[in-house]
Design a protein around this ligand. Structure first.
Ligand code: G6P
Length: 466
């Protein structure tokens, strides 16, 4: 039986491309998708999302794909994508939530398009709702959608998960639309964040901006006669997916021969601290010449949001920074940094995680960071995790080598510490990390955030897994 769950997000599980009249699906790359997909596969139901196609030609119809769950595509026009996705979601909310107000580009027009697109998503979702359906909306692209659904149907159960940081109220209110956005989210019955800090920031914003009574201890807000529950439950991964045997990648094996490997796996996003990582690595090489020729920084840099100027500029800066270091320290036989500028499949990533002596995460601000968990889940032999203190996951993985990404000196010291860590210590901290990742897996997240709602979905009682 297909369950009565409707998931809605901007980016869905697939990207669809049209080729001579036939449609081609490719798995989409996003933190949201890697977290939500295992849950939806388990529960079943319908997933409504944009698949990267533009509704430009008249009469173009959206695709419906039936598999372990049903995927329903929503088409957007180029103008909608520019205003809603590139303009407001990624030009205002993304930098604001990642505490980078200098990158924010306010535009009333873009916000109005964001509003319209949220309304469009709400209309499409409403047409798919049946009695007893649990509606689960995801992320900052769709903050107004819970309100629009609530307006149409006051009885609808709505869950919302916010996947990125939620900033302090002083930053959130730089944008003139803060109040409407908060009211939009409060259309939901249950709202989830990764960690307590984000949950508290949200509750404080509700209290200050909307002047509503808030209970911090219980995480409840009373609004329009309803009680809304606000929870902090960090996403977990499906660990068994990372335990499989995978083939080698010969060109990588050759690239790292005889060297210790520091690995980075990031989208080319300015919040990820790639330049800072490279600068920290340069500082390490500068003060430890005995490691020249013996270590390599392998950096997967996945192109992302390439239509946005800031992202194009950032990608260029990262490549230039890496080239500078290679020129300064490298020679014909050895280049200290290898940038791998493409998307890697899950299998390929597992191989990269396994060959890495340490994973290095230097995000300047990061909602959670699932790559840290994937690394720990993939490794058969203990490895070292160097982890920015400014990631949500640092609250869970305190046994990692925590680092301030703004300090190249600190990064350099941690890199050295990782290389020289005694085996018994490495083993001990790795087993702490592994225990956390396995215990707080995807199923744990689903149960703790939504278990109660899922059990009442459909029949009112009963088990929610198919
Ligand atoms: C990251 C964030 C997610 C967000 C996604 C959007 O993965 O962690 O919260 O939904 O980016 O990525 P996109 O490629 O769709 O802009």
């Amino acid at each position: 039986m297909r369950s009565n769950l409707l998931v809605v997000s901007n980016r869905g599980p697939f990207t669809i491309e049209e080729n001579n009249g036939s449609l081609k699906c490719r798995p989409a790359v996003s933190g949201l998708v890697s977290a939500v997909l295992p849950a939806v596969k388990k529960i079943g139901g319908t997933w409504l999302a944009w698949a990267g196609r533009f509704a430009e030609k008249p009469g173009e119809v959206q695709a419906v794909i039936k598999d372990e769950f049903q995927f329903v595509e929503i088409l957007l026009s180029r103008k909608e994508v520019e205003g809603y996705y590139e303009g407001y979601a990624n030009g205002v909310l993304w930098p604001l939530c990642h505490l980078m107000p200098e990158k924010v580009k306010l535009s009333e027009e873009n916000y109005q398009i964001y509003r319209e697109v949220n309304y469009k998503f709400a209309q499409r979702a409403a047409a798919l709702l049946r009695s007893g359906t649990l509606l689960w909306i995801h992320d900052y692209h769709l903050a107004l959608m819970p309100h629009f659904i609530r307006q149409k149907n006051s009885w609808q159960r709505i869950a919302f998960f916010w996947h990125i940081p939620f900033p302090p109220v002083e930053l959130f209110t730089i944008q003139p639309w803060a109040e409407e956005l908060l009211r939009g989210l409060l259309g939901a019955d249950i709202i989830g964040f990764h960690i307590d800090d984000y949950r508290e920031n949200f509750l404080r914003a509700v209290e200050r901006v909307l002047r509503l009574p808030v209970n911090y201890e219980w995480g409840t807000v009373y609004y329009n006669g309803r009680e809304i529950l606000v929870k902090a439950v960090p996403i977990g991964i499906e660990t068994k997916n990372f335990q499989k045997e995978v083939p080698e990648i010969p060109e990588i094996k050759e690239e790292i021969a005889g060297q210790k490997v520091f690995l980075g796996v990031e989208r080319l996003d300015y919040t990820k601290g790639l330049k800072e990582k490279i600068q920290g690595f340069a500082r390490f090489l500068e003060s430890n010449p005995e490691y020249w020729g013996k270590v390599k920084l392998l950096q997967v840099a996945v192109p992302t949001r390439e239509n946005i100027d800031q992202y194009q500029a950032y990608a260029r800066e990262v490549l230039a920074e890496a080239a500078k270091v290679n020129e300064r320290f490298g020679n014909n036989q050895w280049q200290p940094i290898k940038i791998l500028k493409r998307n890697y499949s899950q299998e390929e990533l597992i191989y990269l995680y396994r060959i890495a002596d340490a994973l290095v995460i230097t995000s300047l601000e990061d909602g959670l960071n699932l790559v840290a968990k994937e690394y720990i889940a993939s490794k058969k032999e203990p490895g070292v995790l160097i982890l920015s203190k400014r990631t949500g996951v640092a609250r869970q993985l305190g046994a990692a080598l925590l680092v301030n990404p703004y300090s190249p000196e600190e990064i350099a010291l941690k890199l050295k510490e990782a290389l020289e860590m005694p085996d018994n210590l490495k083993k001990k901290s790795f087993s702490f990390l592994k225990e956390q990742v396995i215990l707080k897996n995807n199923e744990w997240w689903l149960e703790n955030f939504l278990g109660k709602e899922l059990r009442f979905m459909d029949t009112g009682f009963g088990k929610y897994y198919r």
